[in-house]
Design a binder for this molecule. Structure first.
Ligand code: WT7
Length: 673
């Protein structure tokens, strides 16, 4: 790696920021990075020493095999040591550091009238009570608990309660459909579902319990349902001021299965001895889209995940005791798991827990919250930045954003225009932007700047985090040196990488380790410039990234072809000003079916119901036929060009029927559906 010397416009960390930084200056980054690769055992041992171990580590910090040709793939961190992650992120601060009165979260609801403050001791007490409730409902170590909750404090209570008793949480983003929820419950074979009666998203009231019930009904139809109890939180927005229920929703109720959270918690004791787990016991499953269309249950384990999320949080956001940190993600995604719950709490941080959306009740909502809590570190997604950019500078000028010190982005490549706006308008030219590249599978940041160390180039995720060794391969699996573009892979594990796909280790090995033996394959394309900076160029498999949400073309195609009139469907991405990418669908109808406005509306609704609103297609075009190779494979490359109205189609010689292309161009959608 070289010290940057290029002529690209670079942004250097200010002296002020370097003054009390954990990693000040590029040379300190380089020194620590070298240490992490040359003496990984000592490096990770130092990190582990910060935490409480019921049985201290005896064996090696990291053991692994990353080469399928040499046997099973495995990664183990501190195997044999015993600990509890909930103890480390809560009790340790309350007992050992006297942080009980420190604010863990400022909760801000969907509507500004709704807010509350939760200290570390209050959090600990709620988590213990919830842990006792789960135990009473029969949950034991190793059992799976599905959680389908909005961004309310009970979501954090439940996930940490699971961690405390050694149950494995499987959180499903509350914007997912009943179909997606049922699929995830069945795969995890969860014994308990935790949900809420309802939730406001902007102006819209959603009957969450009804969706949860539909999911449970689907589980019962397809398999003998594993769920024995459904614990239901009454959403704070659905109570009167005095806390009584207000009946804005009809909450369907099955007295055999359903239990109100309030009633169960009322007499639950607020002490609960943590279950001492092996470092390699499972902590959670989180489903992420797979290119085959079936979601993959990414499994993370206790100790490695603790070490890695804690360290990345501390360094990437240069965390200090008096910071107020805000990550706008939903805990239903990995960003929330690692950088709203575990990473920040492991550092004893004060965070904002935000339930709402950026434009409700007004487009200055984010800026209002930053001013209200004097947020110092702010972490959001490029899609949110692009959305807010549309409203110009005026909504920001009403608020005082001078508390901000560091800005972060995650989820997709950030375009230079959005980067500049974020830097100039939000950060007032003062705050570095940490563009953090990572995945559900990596557990934490893997390519990222460190704010007081790394000179920034807008759009580049810059350099690897400690312990991470990226490399770029060409199609033949040859490593490329210097300036190059190809497949982004990692040569060896870091503590926070996933261990397997739940109940499908073979699929895990095939998906990530088979293509290039000896490497973890991310599925992303990447360029290294002459200064050694890494630039993510986007997915190179059949995955799409819509507003930072990863989805597979196969799952959308599967939803479309469930429509009775549809013979075949192919989905590609098309660039979108706000979402980054959006879905462009080609649909071939069965003979004698007519393609019209109703078809388009029905198909959109179908995708929304099957997957969720994030997957709603922007374009649905009639495709009398699809471009295929002689062996019958759909040529998506050509479809992508048609979606973009790009006539430069390249080599068409493998196409079975070249006439198809012309017909498809004539049916192109100009405007979004
Ligand atoms: C995919 C992982 C990691 C939390 C959110 C998404 C894309 C993520 C960046 C970034 C360019 C990025 C990649 C990756 N991605 N961060 N900073 N620059 N691309 O988690 O759903 O597992 O998606 O998101 O394509 O593979 P995920």
């Amino acid at each position: 790696m070289v010290v940057p010397d290029s002529k690209d416009k670079m942004y250097y960390p200010s002296d002020d920021l370097q003054k009390d930084a954990h990693v000040p200056g590029f040379n300190s980054y380089l020194a620590l990075y070298r240490k992490s690769l040359e003496t990984p055992e000592a490096f990770w041992k130092d990190v582990a020493d910060e935490f409480f171990w019921k049985t201290p580590p005896v064996g090696p910090m990291l053991q692994y095999n990353f080469d399928v040709t040499k046997g099973n793939i495995y990664v183990k961190c501190m195997e044999g040591a015993k600990t509890n992650i909930c103890y480390n992120v809560l009790d340790r601060h309350v007992r050992e550091s006297n942080l009980g009165q420190k604010v863990a979260y400022y909760w801000e609801g969907n509507s500004p009238e709704q807010h509350m403050t939760i200290t570390y001791s209050q959090l600990l007490s709620q988590v213990c009570r919830c842990a006792n409730v789960l135990k009473r409902l029969g949950v034991k170590k190793g059992d799976r608990v599905s959680i389908y909750l909005p961004m309310i404090p009970e979501l954090v209570f439940t996930m940490l309660a699971c961690a405390r008793i050694g149950a494995v949480h499987s959180i499903v983003f509350a914007g997912f459909s009943s179909e997606s929820l049922s699929e995830r419950i069945m795969d995890a074979q969860s014994s308990i579902l935790v949900t809420a009666d309802g939730v406001y998203r902007g102006e819209k009231l959603i009957n969450l319990k009804q969706i949860a019930d539909e999911a449970l009904e689907k589980c019962r139809k397809k398999a003998s349902s594993s769920i024995t109890k459904c614990l239901v939180v009454k959403h704070p927005a659905l109570r009167t001021k005095s806390g009584a229920a207000c009946n804005k929703l009809q909450t369907p109720w099955d007295s055999e299965c359903d239990v109100w959270w309030d009633e169960a918690m009322r007499d639950s004791p607020d002490e609960c001895e943590p279950e001492w787990l092996d470092a390699e016991d499972p902590l959670f499953i989180l489903y992420t889209s797979g290119s085959t269309g079936k979601p993959k249950g990414v499994l993370h384990t206790v100790a490695g995940y603790l070490l890695y999320t804690s360290l990345t949080f501390k360094y990437v956001f240069d965390h200090h005791h008096d910071d107020v940190y805000w990550c706008t993600a939903d805990i239903g995604w990995i960003t929330g798991h690692s950088y709203i719950t575990y990473g920040p709490l492991a550092n004893g941080a004060t965070g904002v827990l935000f339930e709402g959306i950026p434009v409700h009740p007004h487009v200055g909502r984010f800026w209002e919250i930053i001013e209200k809590y004097k947020v110092t570190k702010f972490y959001t997604a490029p899609t949110a930045i692009r959305l807010l950019m549309k409203y110009g500078q005026e909504p920001l000028q009403k608020y005082d954003l001078s508390s901000l010190r560091i800005l972060g982005t995650v989820g997709e490549p950030i375009n230079p225009e959005a980067w500049q706006w974020y830097h100039k308008v939000v950060g007032q030219g003062r705050c570095p932007i940490v563009d953090t590249f990572w995945q559900t599978e990596t557990g934490g940041h893997v390519l990222t700047p460190l704010p007081a160390a790394t000179p920034l180039k807008p759009g580049s995720a810059t350099f690897p985090f400690f312990g991470v060794e990226p490399t770029i391969l060409n199609e033949h699996g040859e490593e490329l040196e210097g300036e190059a573009e190809g497949y982004l892979v990692f040569r060896k594990p870091w503590p926070g990488i996933m261990r397997t796909l739940y109940r499908n280790h073979e699929h895990f090995e095939n998906t990530y380790f088979k293509k290039f033996p000896g490497f973890y394959v991310t599925g992303d394309g990447c360029r290294r410039d002459k200064d050694g900076y890494y630039w993510i160029t986007g997915r190179i498999d059949d995955m799409l990234n819509v507003s930072g949400h990863l989805m597979s073309t196969a799952e959308v195609e599967a939803a479309l072809t469930e429509h009775l009139a549809v013979a075949e469907a192919a989905v590609v991405s098309r660039p979108h000003k706000v979402k980054g990418e959006c879905l462009y669908c080609f649909v071939t109808l069965k003979d004698s079916r007519e393609f019209n406005h109703t078809t388009v509306e029905e198909l959109k609704r179908l995708v929304r119901e099957k997957i969720g609103p994030v997957a709603t297609p922007d374009f649905i075009q009639n495709a009398p036929a699809l471009p295929k190779t002689r062996s019958g494979k759909i040529m998506r490359r050509i479809l992508r060009k048609i979606a973009r109205n790009d006539k430069d189609l390249g080599d068409l010689s493998t196409l079975a029927d070249p006439k198809v292309v012309e017909v498809l161009f004539s049916h192109r959608c100009e405007a979004a559906a």
